[in-house]
Design a protein around this ligand. Structure first.
Ligand code: XUL
Ligand code: MN
Length: 341
């Protein structure tokens, strides 16, 4: 049985790049209550989801604020899974944080990252997620790629140094909001881990849609990190082709691919070390406020149904097909497994 997690950003008021909010905002406390009712076990945080005005606070004030959030989680029987520094909203990180061309901006990015670790400590979690949103280029010639990669490694090392227990999970994405990312795939994340000061504390978080945007198979991206013992988080969702990041409900577009993501997680006992299945899904803009959670309910239901299917998978039949090299028969078996009730 998997444990599931979700972020407060997964219930939102529907603004997109082309239009304003279409639903009212729901308070953080109401979201946490509802997440629990829906069957989630943990909440994922950006640093400023936990401490909204953190730029105006000192280190001990930030810790004190985070403590009040921990109390709210405890009151609802929810854990915190990770904290992610939000390094893409501030005027100082317009062109990236760790890879900004300006030393002052890079310092700010490190300050936010270290404060994210402090917040994680207060929330009782040991994971920092780096979605390297603007660590890339809009204009290729604007940054030196080699210097930039080394700066990302340096930033990770500073985090490892700040807290000897913290784990850093790199969430890879090939583009959006940047044109070209410095860390587009799980292979890149694993290479950064190997180059860091403590590879045993640097791993990966795979988001299905991000893998698809890179033209890659999310199940194999998951498998790649699992094979190195470094898959410490997932953001399961779905995506219709290589366009903008859609964060569709899990499995609604590519059901067989969704099945294979769950199958590889089940087969490798994902979750046995406390890892969560994160659902990084967004409601369609057309949803009314009373249906703000439907995409989460659907994703949870689909993930659980696919978990049951994965557990029913007939490995003896699979072996027979492989021995006979009859992959057409195997493929039909998988399709029947998915389509039959
Ligand atoms: C962006 C994305 C983020 C991260 C958290 O594409 O997936 O929600 O998961 O910062
Ligand atoms: Mn994500």
């Amino acid at each position: 049985m998997f444990k599931f997690s979700v972020g407060p950003w997964n219930v939102h008021s529907g603004a997109d790049a082309f239009g304003p909010e279409v639903r009212g905002e729901i308070s953080f406390a109401d979201k946490v209550k509802k997440f629990k009712e829906l069957g989630f076990d943990a909440v994922q945080f950006h640093d400023d989801d936990a401490v909204p005005d953190m730029n105006d606070l000192n280190e001990s004030q930030i810790r004190a604020k985070a403590k009040t959030v921990k109390k709210l989680l405890d009151d609802h029987g929810m854990a915190a899974e990770f904290v992610a520094p939000r390094l893409w909203m501030d005027p100082r990180t317009i062109d990236g944080g760790y890879t900004s061309n300006f030393a002052k901006d890079r310092e700010f990015a490190i300050w936010r990252s270290l404060r994210s670790i402090d917040i994680a400590n207060e929330l009782g979690c040991d994971k920092i997620v780096l979605w390297l949103a603007r660590e890339g280029t809009m204009c290729y010639e604007s940054k030196d790629a080699i210097t930039s990669v080394r700066r990302i490694i340096e930033a990770i090392n500073k985090m490892l140094e700040h807290d000897k227990k913290i784990k850093v999970l790199i969430e890879t994405k090939p583009n959006e909001p940047v044109d070209i990312s410095f860390c587009p795939t799980m292979g890149h994340a694993m290479a950064l881990s190997a180059a860091s000061a403590d590879p045993s504390r640097v791993g990966g978080l795979l988001e299905s849609a991000h893998a698809m945007l890179a033209g890659l198979d999310p199940a194999n991206e998951i498998a790649f990190a699992l094979s190195l013992g470094k898959l410490w988080g997932v953001h399961l969702n779905d995506q219709n082709g290589m366009k903008y990041d859609q964060d569709k409900a899990f499995g609604v577009q590519n059901l067989r691919t969704a099945f294979n993501q769950i199958k590889v997680l089940v087969e490798n006992n994902y979750g046995s070390k406390g890892e969560y299945i994160g659902l990084d899904v967004k409601a369609m803009r057309t949803q009314k406020i009373e249906n703000s959670y439907r995409h989460l309910e659907n994703s949870l239901k689909i993930a659980k149904m696919l978990e049951a299917k994965a557990k029913k998978f007939d490995y003896a039949f699979q072996k027979k097909c492989v021995e006979a090299r009859d992959y057409e028969a195997l493929e039909m078996y998988v399709l029947e497994l998915l389509m039959q009730g």
